[in-house]
Every structure is written in C-alpha cells, then in structure tokens.
Design a protein around this ligand. Structure first.
Ligand SMILES: Cc1cc2nc3c(=O)[nH]c(=O)nc-3n(C[C@H](O)[C@H](O)[C@H](O)COP(=O)(O)OP(=O)(O)OC[C@H]3O[C@@H](n4cnc5c(N)ncnc54)[C@H](O)[C@@H]3O)c2cc1C
Length: 164
C-alpha cells in the first residue's frame, strides 16, 4: 500500500536487495501524507524515542527505533534538499509542501527498483504456498507480504481497509 508505512517499508526492503511490488488502490499516491501537518507534513520529531510511543509490545518500538532513527530520516530529507523547520516540541515540518515528502519516497523507491502500482485494489489474500494477493487487476504472488493498510479513515482521504 503506497502510503507512509508501505513506501518506507518498500524502499528499505528494496535497498536490502528484495524485489518489491507495492499495490495501492488509490489512483493518487500518499493522500494522507499530502494532508498531514496542514499540507507541510510533520515528518518526524526530534524527541522521538521508545517511551514516547504507546504499544502493546514496547520492545518492538525499541528495536525498530534503534535500527532507524529520526536522525536517519532527517538525513534522507536533507539528501533530497527538502528545507524544513522545527515548530514546538521538536516537531519538524517541510518549509514547502508535503508533496516533497511523497516525491522523496517515490524517488527512493525508484532508486531501489521498487515497482509501485496505483489503482490496484486488493480484494483478498491466500497462502496456499506463496502469498497470492488478489486485486481488481489480477493476482500477484510473492514469498513475503507486508500489509500497510493504515487505520479506518474519513472517506475524504480515499482510503479503505482490506477487511470488509
Ligand atoms: C488530517 C491529518 C493530518 C495528519 N498530520 C500528521 C502529521 O503532520 N504528522 C504525522 O506524523 N502524522 C500525521 N497524520 C497521521 C499520518 O498521516 C498517518 O499516521 C500516516 O499517514 C499513516 O500512514 P500509513 O501508511 O500507516 O496508512 P495510510 O496513510 O492510511 O495508508 C494506507 C494505504 O493503504 C491503501 N489501502 C487500503 N486498503 C487497500 C486495499 N484493499 N488495496 C490496496 N490499497 C489499500 C490506502 O489507499 C492507503 O494508501 C495526519 C493524519 C491526518 C488524517
């Protein structure tokens, strides 16, 4: 699913040598990113740390944040020459537009040979052997699968969930 979590996961998997396909049902990529932070995307927080997250499994957060920190994301933003500023409480926003963050994620996906297919709605998943992902445009198979469908949303944002 081609939004914040799905694209980030895809580009990192691609960078680690995996062959990755991202399936997204919307025709426009990263709709929620575009409206985030009032259109300027509050892309990370200087004070991001495990204790700042609520989770049923706090250990997941520790290992995830140890492997990829807010400083890593800031370095990525700077590599793409996206100007940013700090607001209150360590919140970092683009000076320009959240569109820059979507463009950055797509550019990193392209550089890692990640294929992104918009307008592909996933309708079901089976795993007879490999994963078989059914979409309204056909079936795709893979050895691994990441679901990044986001949360239930305002229909204005154009997202839905896999489960009916
Ligand atoms: C108004 C607003 C402002 C926000 N501001 C900020 C902010 O400034 N900073 C911040 O950190 N967070 C902000 N958030 C929260 C942030 O946008 C979300 O936490 C984040 O975008 C979630 O990303 P995600 O990839 O997990 O999910 P989503 O963005 O919900 O992405 C899920 C994707 O899955 C796709 N999908 C769903 N079902 C299917 C299917 N069956 N087949 C194919 N594709 C499917 C959807 O189309 C979507 O693209 C804001 C949210 C809103 C609504």
């Amino acid at each position: 699913m081609a939004a914040a979590a799905g694209l980030m996961c895809a580009l990192r998997a691609g960078q680690h040598g995996r062959r990755v396909l991202v399936l997204e049902h919307a025709d426009k990529i990263g709709k929620k990113i575009l409206i985030s932070g009032g259109g300027r995307c509050n892309f990370t927080n200087l004070d991001s740390r495990p204790a700042a997250f609520l989770s049923a499994n706090p250990h997941f957060c520790k290992s995830a944040l140890a492997r990829y920190t807010q400083q890593d994301f800031i370095a990525l933003v700077e590599k793409h020459r996206i100007a940013w500023h700090e607001k209150t409480l360590g919140q970092l926003f683009c000076d320009g537009s959240a569109r820059q963050i979507v463009a950055m994620l797509l550019a990193e996906c392209a550089a890692a040979d990640v294929e992104v297919k918009a307008a592909h709605r996933i309708t079901g998943i089976d795993k007879p052997d490999r994963f078989a992902v059914a979409t309204d445009q056909g079936v795709f198979t893979s050895a691994s699968l990441v679901l990044a469908t986001g949360g239930p949303l305002d229909p204005q944002d154009g997202c839905d969930r896999l489960c009916p």
